[in-house]
Design a protein around this ligand. Structure first.
Ligand SMILES: Nc1ncnc2c1ncn2[C@@H]1O[C@H](COP(=O)(O)OP(=O)(O)OP(=O)(O)O)[C@@H](O)[C@H]1O
Ligand SMILES: NC(=O)c1ccc[n+]([C@@H]2O[C@H](COP(=O)(O)O)[C@@H](O)[C@H]2O)c1
Length: 172
């Protein structure tokens, strides 16, 4: 019997407790989770402040504590949506099922004949990348919204200063 694997993709800007909760739930249903770090080419912008390497570190360190068997792999965007599933498959271990709530991701995998499951949102009002980045910029407390290991990495890379700087408009 081969190991059952699920694929879960997001931008993880940053990786937060909503993601962590869903990944733990997925891990109850499969043997291994393949985590796609989407828009891997992006960094240093207000909506995508962290590099693919930094996001790999966040996920690896957070999941080490949870002991979820996983592969976290950067996946760059491509120009043609019609080729995206093949692009993903060329970069990932084989998987049996996709978990996503993103309508485009669901459409593309279903068209390719790969089953997709939708996971219920976990406390979406607080666990949202957009809301967490806003709190970071406004100096509101964000640390309780991410795993401790993620807060440590953001401190190590001075991520809040970076996010604030890339979110500023031109200095006159
Ligand atoms: N609180 C949550 N509970 C469950 N799933 C979530 C939660 N937040 C995001 N997701 C899902 O995780 C996947 C990856 O999401 P993503 O990295 O874009 O996070 P996000 O919080 O939606 O970020 P952003 O606000 O920056 O778009 C998506 O399928 C998204 O629907
Ligand atoms: N054509 C493409 O490159 C393509 C198509 C669908 C999704 N994606 C990526 O998949 C990820 C989906 O993650 P979210 O669900 O967090 O939006 C994003 O990084 C998105 O850019 C890319």
């Amino acid at each position: 019997m081969h190991r059952k694997r699920a694929f879960y993709i997001g931008r993880f800007q940053p990786y937060h407790l909503g993601h962590n909760s869903i990944i733990n739930r997925i891990a109850d249903e499969v043997d291994e989770v393949v985590i796609g770090i989407g828009s891997a080419q992006k960094s240093h912008s207000p909506s995508d402040p962290f590099t693919a390497g930094e996001r790999v570190m966040m996920i690896r360190n957070a999941l080490e504590k949870e002991k979820v068997p996983n592969y976290a792999l950067p996946i760059e965007d491509i120009q043609q949506n019609s080729l995206w599933v093949s692009h993903v498959l060329s970069r990932t271990p084989l998987f049996d099922v996709v978990y996503s709530n993103n309508p485009l991701v669901i459409q593309l995998f279903e068209e390719a004949g790969i089953p997709v499951k939708q996971s219920p949102m976990y406390q979406r009002e607080q666990y949202s990348g957009t809301r967490i980045r806003k709190k970071m910029i406004e100096d509101n407390d964000w640390r309780h919204l991410v795993p401790d290991a993620v807060a440590d990495i953001i401190d190590e890379i001075d991520g809040i200063t970076r996010l604030k700087n890339v979110s500023r408009t031109d200095i006159d």
